[in-house]
Design a protein around this ligand. Structure first.
Ligand code: G3P
Length: 223
């Protein structure tokens, strides 16, 4: 499964990229607005920090003509860019147009299987299925992910299912169990994926025993 970090913060991108496990970055208008910097410069710096990654950058118009202009502008900045498009009627029309031109898309704000069908049929590269925002409404956001993965497999769609609005490591585990292709998450959730208390206590014991024995990896060879 691919791992994307969901942020516009360059320091966070740098940190996740250093681990060597990052496959891409997703941004949205809210995350870009938080940076206090320009959209183009932020997206291009992210591309530099993750040179082989897919970097999602979102259009902000809601009418087809302006969305198309924005999409063509954004996609011209760097071939790594995947144009993020909201799941509204002109958005689906835009995804079809961009697919015909070979421009990759990430359809966002997808909450249901019927919406996912529209995105898949239009030729979306990624279908961003939001889970946390559905859980917030005391529903199970992962249900649509399970159904969408099954739909993509059964009908042979080329779209990849991207689990977004990830709020905790269990969402990541459930995304893997559902067979989703990608999970995107804030850096703090990605950091939590490393953690296990038995790792910490186990490492402490190894090091305490080693140090108590006075050992060193760099000791001089005995004569
Ligand atoms: O980029 C979309 C996304 O992952 C949103 O997450 O936490 O704002 O629901 P959240």
């Amino acid at each position: 499964m691919k791992l994307f970090v969901d942020t516009g913060d360059l320091e966070e991108v740098r940190q996740a990229a250093e681990w060597g496990i990052l496959d891409g970055v997703t941004t949205n208008p809210t995350l870009i607005a938080k940076t206090g910097k320009g959209f183009r410069e932020t997206v291009l710096k992210i591309c530099e920090l993750v040179p082989n990654g897919d970097i999602s950058a979102e259009v902000v118009a809601t009418d087809y003509d302006t969305m198309l202009k924005e999409a063509l502008e954004i996609s011209s900045w760097n071939p790594q860019i995947v144009v993020k498009v909201p799941l509204i009627e002109p958005g689906i029309r835009l995804v079809s147009t961009l697919a015909d031109k070979g421009i990759r898309t990430n359809v966002t704000l997808v909450f249901s299987l019927s919406q996912a069908l529209m995105a898949a049929k239009a030729g979306a590269t990624y279908i961003s299925n939001f889970v946390g925002r559905v859980d917030d409404m005391s529903d199970d956001g992962m249900d649509a992910v399970v159904d969408t993965v099954r739909m993509v497999q059964e009908y042979g769609f080329e779209s990849e299912v991207l689990v977004a609005s990830v709020r905790h490591p269990l969402h990541v585990v459930q995304a893997i169990q559902a067979g989703a292709h990608v999970s995107t998450m804030p850096l703090k959730i990605m950091q939590m994926l490393f953690k296990h208390p038995l790792t910490d206590s186990g490492l402490k014991r190894f090091l305490d025993d080693w140090n108590a024995a006075g050992l060193s990896i760099f000791e001089k060879a005995s004569v």
